[in-house]
Design a protein around this ligand. Structure first.
Ligand code: NAP
Ligand code: ZN
Length: 352
């Protein structure tokens, strides 16, 4: 065991602040990573403030962060994938049981015993897992990803959650050439979703409540932008979408999006508002519409996504901040005031 500096919150109402946490000594399959950058996902905020208390209550103190890029500083004796000095990344999971059907199928995110990067039981230390708002982390190499060398580390970090969470459903539901795809909410997930759907060749429509994001959405790769508060603009797209990806983090009306689906179209929720959303039966019945959900992606698919992003030069648009600004960043996230992902420069933590 060794000590690492981190930023943690002591309760649902406490701000994040500096703390010392324990990390395990390396087992033979582990690598130790010096964290360079960690993105701020809205899930970090939901978790730090225990907003998902009904589904996954938060154990305090919490160290959030699951969009990690860093440099390998040590490797265990049986490690084969990495060497000291390699650039590497960690996303939302750090382990799973590796024996269940989901693990065998390479979709570890659906393993009933998946260990998330933070707020999961830590089987090594008997406590809880601590995430990427930290100077270093120790992870089994199976859950560590390679970052294509042409991608900037600060803006590649958000791919580890925002990237895979949008890539996986776009692939699963066959988004590509000839398909009309909507992305709802142009935040961290949504802006990467627009870039990926565009790169996959689809006709992409971005839906935003923020009229001032219109030009950006077009620059990110949207073919059209709809300000969703404008009923006339929404109406024009009625019954026309093959697929809609909803990334909204708060309560909102999904029936107005279900109405935009073509026959047999699917709306997939990846946004995880804490409160249930109301669904009108008639919004599904009329066009044999499907409403579904999707959770991050497996390790193999996460590597596939990173390689795809390497080939297409896709990263997040980031605002790099020092860790000392994390509480301010959370407040701005709540106001949809980030273009389009905060990425924490972890060098700032070492100056604590
Ligand atoms: P984010 O950066 O805060 O983006 C959310 C976007 O939703 C905002 O930028 C805003 O876009 C829109 N929005 C916010 N409040 C709204 C409201 N009241 N009504 C309508 N639109 C609203 O958050 P994120 O990091 O992308 O995460 C989005 C959600 O996905 C969170 O709930 C997060 O926990 C969840 N998530 C799920 C998974 C998964 O595996 N399923 C993985 C990661 C994250 P506009 O300004 O364009 O309207
Ligand atoms: Zn996330």
């Amino acid at each position: 065991m060794y000590n690492a500096i981190a930023y943690s919150a002591a309760s649902a109402t406490a701000p994040l602040g500096p703390a010392t946490i324990a990390r395990r000594d390396l087992t033979e399959h582990d690598v130790q990573i010096e964290i360079l950058f960690c993105g701020i996902c809205h899930s970090d905020l939901h978790s730090a403030r225990n907003e998902w208390s009904e589904f996954s209550p938060t154990a305090y103190p919490i160290v959030p962060g699951h969009e990690i890029v860093g440099r390998i500083t040590k490797v265990g004796s049986a490690v084969t994938k990495f060497r000291t000095g390699d650039l590497a990344a960690v996303g939302c999971m750090v382990d799973s049981d590796r024996t269940c059907n989901a693990c065998k199928d390479g979709i570890e995110q659906f393993c009933p015993n998946a260990i998330l990067t933070y707020n999961s039981p830590d089987v090594h230390l008997g406590s809880v897992t601590y995430g990427g708002y930290s100077e270093s982390i120790v992870v089994d190499e199976h859950f560590v990803l390679r970052v294509p060398s042409n991608l900037d580390p600060a803006s590649a970090a958000p791919l580890l959650c925002a990237g895979i969470t949008t890539y996986s459903p776009l692939r699963h539901w066959g988004v590509g050439k000839g398909k009309k795809v909507g992305v709802v909410g142009i935040g961290g997930l949504g802006h990467v979703g627009v870039k990926l759907a565009h790169a996959l060749g689809a006709h992409v429509v971005a839906f935003t409540t923020s009229a001032d994001k219109k030009d950006d959405a077009l620059r990110l790769g949207a073919d059209e932008v709809v300000v969703s508060r404008n009923a006339n603009e929404m109406e024009k797209h009625a019954g026309s979408f093959n697929f809609i990806l909803d990334t909204v983090s708060a309560t909102h009306d999904i029936n107005s999006y279900l109405a935009l689906l073509a026959r047999d179209g699917t709306l997939t929720l990846v946004g995880a508002p804490p409160k249930p959303l109301a669904v009108a039966a008639f919004a599904l019945i009329g066009g044999r519409h499907s409403l579904s959900g999707s959770s991050i992606g497996g390790i193999a698919e996460t590597q596939e996504m990173l390689d795809f992003c390497g080939e297409h030069n896709i990263t997040a648009d980031v605002e790099v901040i020092p860790i000392q600004k994390v509480n301010e960043a959370y407040e701005r996230l709540l106001k949809s005031d980030v273009k389009y992902r905060f990425s924490i420069d972890m060098a700032s933590l070492r100056s604590e």
